[in-house]
Design a protein around this ligand. Sequence first.
Ligand code: LLP
Length: 456
Amino acid sequence: MTTAVLHESGAGAGAGSGTGAEAPTGEWSIWPASTTRLAHGAVAVGGVPLTEVADRFDTPAYVLDEGEVRSRCRSYRAAFPEADVLYAAKAFLSRAMVRWVQEEGLGLDVCSAGELELAVTAGFPPGQIVLHGNAKSPRDIEAALRLGVGRIVIDSASEIARIAAALGPRERQKVMLRVVPGISAGGHDKIRTGTDGQKFGLSLTDGGAQHAVARILGQPQLELTGLHCHIGSQITEVKPYLVALRRMVGLMARIRDAHGVVLPELDMGGGHGIGYRPGEPTLDLTALARRMRAELRDSCAAAGLAVPRLAVEPGRAVAGPAGVAVYRVLAVKHTGGCVFVAVDGGMSDNPRPALYGVRYAPRLIGRRSTAAPRTTTVVGRHCEAGDILAADVELPGDVHPGDLLAVPVSGAYQLSMASGYNLVGRPAVVAVHEGRARLLVRRETLEDFRNRDIGG
Ligand code: LLP
């Protein structure tokens, strides 16, 4: 559906006038590049007013800007022309997403039979998929082998024999080994995976990684193509990647010395950080690519190693900024000196503030307010006091039930971590592109819950 767009000529309040899109700056810098401000406080993404999305698809609605996803994929392809860029499906996956990343020339990183089957049944070439997981179930391994996944990343010693045993006598599977390089990086304790003492990977320091390499090389059905590491998530500096890369190349050199095997691939994982609020740091993709390339070249030269093919696995940086969550205000309460604005979603569609203390920047959309801003806490509708979406944010003082609030940077790790709490149901996902909106994933209904609940 296309609606005539009238752009404002100036930032902030004022009567709409003039033509032409305003380049988002300041508070709009974290919104999709296609975002335009329309008359009367309306906001369009992908050429579609968010009020229209709310009217057509109801709220909460997760709006995904196809153009933003595609242009983020292209930025990665341009920054890493010589590398494999694998989209980390755990950030957000749907069949349309599978198609977009494939069309833009990315591979895929999945971590369950579910993600894998969804991608392959949506047409993604299995050979360009890498399967991760610290505890792969028999079903994960069976699906990976049946569908012909490109690489399985071994995450614990016991997996080596399990995968080998699941292969027929003449079958072979390419595998990588997840190594813990001993680097602490990431936006929160719960998403730091580069050091010993957490559940992922095999240690570089206690010999676990070297031991696993020897065991893999001893299995004729497994072809070890390279090493993998993922040091954490929401990392905004390049340095930890360079240190990790140096250590990984060091291990590759030791593997060559010990076994005479030169591994052709090195997967440095994802974790590339983005800003959730205006002014927050973002990992500089171009600098990351340039400096990783230089570090790889130099470390390999120093070790006398051929330069392996590099892979990176961004999830958040592809999907996060392309998503906008749209909620309707259900209640406003003044209590204990606070103003609570309660919306029709909450921790069941976005557990991230509760889990990691992440701060978001919601804003009123759909009407222009001239009321003075007031410090407000946006809460969800769930039966838990910790169901806070955004504490202490500035919203117009006249926000009232029926208003729409939009939360930018909602495309990653929100819906993919959504729950069935309170049987509220997971929101609809709506793609917007070039003035059109279409439903990608329908809203979860009471019927869905009833269908699963067969106990009677
Ligand atoms: N590769 C591997 C092996 C991973 O485990 C992950 C994320 C990625 C790539 C992609 O990382 P990204 O580029 O998206 O940071 N739920 C948390 C994030 C958990 C990340 C898990 N692994 C959050 O909401 O912040």
